[in-house]
Write a protein that binds this ligand. Structure first.
Ligand code: SF4
Ligand code: SF4
Length: 444
């Protein structure tokens, strides 16, 4: 029987309408907008100024804090300004704006198609290279990858898990990458294994991608220690804790990180970026993005330079459909509505979903009917209806006791609620208030 996680989970319609669309290189726009904060942790510090000329791959901002990441130019051209520009959520963030003047890459980057298998770097050198090249988790969390490889004292990594689940409906960028860059993902996984000091890696793929399971299983024979595991389709299997449970049977305790049970999870796209960083000396300045939606003329998977406005992807896939209701950055379950079309693609942008008006309207919520469906759906064993009530009456002490901080914001409760309660909206408010309480407590 195929493995999956035990508690909760749902089965939303998959709608993987772009899964057969090969990755297409998107034209470089006339201007790119590269935010200094597109990863988890402290923003990077600009090392260029207005008027500077930059090459493709050149460092433009340095991640100086322990949790931060370097940022590189995705084009060659001239820095037009460093300005506050709205991100996908509408918040203004310092951003390097570059007027594109061609595409002259740094000479140090190997641009050949030849596959390189050089495993001579030491563990320390691998971590340093991944940090230098600005690699972050490409599944959406954007945690700096070099930090993930630095196992804290007293903990021990035993297994690397490559996340090829892509359980969010509609998104297909990882699927296409696994089909088209499978060999490079395997090499990236081997490098990550060495960086972590482990000799075992599992690649988890849900069985709605049989072609990827077959292809990568065939390749795995050549790479000692790597095993591909097919998983039963269930959302949110791509979440770290659920994936670890499905693949190893181990349960990450409440409030702890995967390393607690000896596991480190990296996305398939991250493994590819690690391959490019270590074998090709290529910084992370482009990524695969799915542009999709039921009314989109040509749902696509594009290879996009970081900083490209979303409008360029929409145009390349046939233009904005007339019935558009919402544009979501990410998938329909965990993505967030975008505030404009000119927001740039960043390292964490795995997809853009254009939702028709008819599907994007929320129903008027009704009273809770105490059906417990939200409890059954929650993969973290929470009681979403109760947390919502606690947030409504502002009882944040009790919300903390009810483990609001364990919520992974998967949206399964909201999706499943027959009363249309906006459970996740309230839970997010609760997380932010309880998070503040915890930080204030730590200061005392
Ligand atoms: S959003 Fe949070 S509370 Fe709701 S199902 Fe997911 S983990 Fe549970
Ligand atoms: S699913 Fe909705 S209606 Fe049912 S108990 Fe949860 S909040 Fe109430």
């Amino acid at each position: 029987m195929l493995k999956t996680f035990r508690m909760g989970g749902i089965h939303p319609p998959e709608n993987k309408i772009s899964e057969k669309q090969e990755i297409e290189v998107l034209a470089i726009p006339p201007k790119v907008f590269i935010p200094l904060s597109q990863h988890l942790g402290a923003p990077a510090k600009a090392v260029v100024a207005k008027g500077d000329t930059v090459k493709t791959g050149q460092l433009i901002a340095k991640g100086e804090a322990f949790i931060s990441a370097n940022i590189h130019s995705s084009v060659s051209g001239k820095v037009a300004r460093i300005d506050e520009i709205a991100d996908t959520g509408g918040y203004k963030r310092p951003t390097v704006v570059i007027d594109v003047e061609g595409d002259e890459w740094l000479e140090s980057i190997d641009r050949s198609e030849a596959i390189v298998r050089d495993f001579s770097l030491s563990q320390k050198e691998i971590i340093a290279k991944i940090s230098e090249m600005g690699i972050v988790g490409l599944g959406g969390a954007t945690f700096p990858s070099h930090v993930k490889l630095m196992v804290p004292d007293g903990k021990k990594a035993e297994v690397l898990i490559i996340n090829g689940v892509e359980c969010e409906p509609y998104l297909t960028s990882d699927h296409r990458l696994m089909m088209e860059k499978g060999e490079q993902i395997m090499i990236g996984a081997k490098i990550l294994m060495k960086g972590l000091g482990v000799n075992r890696a599992f690649i988890g793929i849900e069985n709605n991608k049989p072609d990827a399971i077959e292809y990568l299983s065939g390749l795995a024979g050549k790479y000692e220690g790597i095993e591909v595991q097919a998983l039963r389709v269930k959302y949110p299997q791509g979440a770290e804790k659920q994936l670890i449970k499905a693949m190893t049977g181990r349960e990450v305790p409440s409030g702890k990180l995967p390393i607690e049970v000896g596991a480190v999870v990296n996305n398939a796209g991250t493994a590819f970026a690690v391959y490019e960083a270590v074998q090709k000396n290529k910084p992370l300045f482009e990524r695969v993005v799915t542009l999709t939606g039921k009314s989109v003329k040509k749902p696509s998977n594009f290879l996009v330079r970081i900083g490209t406005p979303v409008s360029a992807l929409i145009e390349a896939s046939g233009g904005l459909p007339g019935d558009t209701g919402k544009i979501i950055g990410g998938g329909p379950m965990m993505g967030k509505a975008m505030t404009g079309l000119e927001v740039p693609v960043i390292k964490g942008t795995s997809g853009i979903l254009i939702m028709p008006q008819a599907e994007s309207l929320r129903e008027e919520p009704m009273n809770c009917i105490r059906c417990a469906k939200c409890i059954t759906a929650c993969p973290m064993g929470l009681e979403p209806w109760l947390i919502e009530k606690l947030v409504l009456v502002e009882d944040f002490e009790r919300a903390e006791k009810e483990r609001v901080m364990d919520c992974i914001e998967c949206g399964s409760c909201h999706y499943t609620c027959p009363a249309g309660r906006p459970l996740l909206d309230y839970i997010r408010v609760g997380k932010s208030r309880v998070g503040l309480m915890i930080r204030n407590r730590a200061k005392k």
